[in-house]
Design a protein around this ligand. Structure first.
Ligand SMILES: *Cc1c(COP(=O)(O)O)cnc(C)c1O
Length: 394
């Protein structure tokens, strides 16, 4: 099929919920992807912070193909070794005692919110059901996750949403305290906001949320779907902050590009969940779980994490050197960086295609760089060189 045939077909039959790039990606290797016309792109967005180990990583391909010839899916009515081992490793590398598997980020947050409600319901009664979320947050598109994603454009057409949600100002402890009460069962927050524009929480804010949750007997949920699993240079972003949640949601890079999510939790939360209380047909299947095991083993290596932190600092420093009046601020943690622009970020993303760069915006005026964690310094240099070229042109 020609590129034109593919795009025409898709535009005819696939629901038009995405604004797509004007080319068709065909294959990839490491931090590079190639389109059907043979053009090469340096991948600086990793499928929206998903492909942590890049494309076609030989170890992941080997694990996947071996498991593919063995067993794909059995449902959660049966035990399976990859899921058991992955759960152990997730617990051993975090605060968690138990893991619930699911298939996406939104589903992980749905699970976390349901577990928090059940915990509060069983421990204190049904009146303790309010949920606090923050301005600028993004937690997903399903109804529960959408209710804690206070963006008018996303929410308005789908009301009524899940009731009992209170929105507090991000990074504003006094403003959060004003909406807290003993009727709150959970506070959900991204330690580093992703879609909202790459805004790291301040350490004092997260520590203050922990304290507020303890005072009001509420659970603290960290959504680490984008910032977790090595992206910030710590395996889990909370470890970099030194503030421990009661629940943590993970997804995007967990299975290296295959759909998978997880909810990590303490025993106190796990204790209220019993057979039949929640579930998923596909979740934690042997195919995705075996790949996730390999991903987690790689990204949890202290040397790997130190390298992410060093490369993140290097990329940030190099970005700050780009001499463009359009860049007003560069910020972020590790390899999760954003640049505030005085022009639409979409213009930079589109111009980037012509310079062989795949990038993504985060909000209308913020350019987001979340490359594969395996990006090399040479590739970072090339990224910066090409991006400088883009800004010269605009
Ligand atoms: C992407 C994202 C989600 C939603 O994940 P999906 O897999 O798209 O449902 C939730 N929270 C954060 C922080 C995200 O970045």
């Amino acid at each position: 099929m020609t590129t034109r045939e593919i795009t025409d077909l898709e535009q005819t039959y696939v629901l038009g919920t995405y604004a797509r790039a004007p080319f068709v990606l065909d294959h990839g290797q490491g931090c590079w992807v190639y389109d059907t016309d043979g053009a090469a792109y340096l991948d600086c967005m990793a499928g929206i912070a998903v492909n942590a180990l890049g494309h076609a990583d030989p170890e992941l391909v080997a694990v996947l193909t071996e498991q593919a010839g063995k067993l794909w899916h059995v449902s959660n009515l049966y035990h399976s070794a990859p899921q058991a081992r992955l759960a152990q490793k997730l617990c051993e590398t975090s605060f968690a005692d138990r893991v619930f598997f699911c298939n996406s980020g939104a589903e992980a947050n749905e699970g976390a919110l349901k577990f928090a409600r059940k915990w509060a319901h069983d421990t204190y009664g049904p009146e303790k059901s309010a949920i606090v979320a923050f301005t600028g947050a993004f937690h997903g598109r399903t109804f529960g996750a959408l209710a804690v994603t206070p963006r008018e454009k996303y929410q308005a057409p789908f009301r009524p949403l899940l009731p009992g949600v209170r929105i507090a100002p991000f990074n504003d402890l006094a403003g959060t305290e004003a909406v807290m009460g003993d009727d709150v069962c959970a506070v959900i927050v991204e330690p580093v906001q992703g879609e909202g524009g790459i805004h790291p929480a301040t350490p004092a804010f997260l520590a203050g949320l922990r304290e507020l949750c303890d005072r009001h007997h509420a659970l603290l949920i960290f959504d680490e779907i984008q910032c977790g699993l090595g992206r910030t240079g710590a395996l889990w972003a909370y470890q970099g902050y030194g503030v421990t949640p009661d629940l943590l949601t993970a997804a995007k890079p967990l299975a290296g590009g295959l759909p998978m999510g997880a909810v990590l939790m303490t025993e106190a939360v796990a204790d209220v969940m019993h057979p039949g209380d929640h579930g998923s047909t596909f979740a934690g299947g042997p195919l995705v779980a075996s790949v996730a095991e390999a991903v987690l083993a790689r990204v949890s290596d202290p040397a790997f994490l130190a390298d992410v932190a060093a490369k993140g600092a290097y990329l940030r420093e190099r970005l700050e050197e780009i001499n463009s009046p359009h860049i007003t601020e560069v910020r972020g943690v590790g390899l999760m960086l954003g640049a505030d622009l005085d022009i639409p970020a979409a213009d930079v993303v589109v111009a980037g295609y012509r310079h062989g760069l795949l990038m993504v915006n985060a909000g209308s005026n913020i350019l987001r760089l979340v490359p594969p964690l395996v990006i090399s310094r040479e590739e970072i240099d090339l990224l910066v060189e090409r991006l400088s070229g883009v800004f010269k042109e605009l």
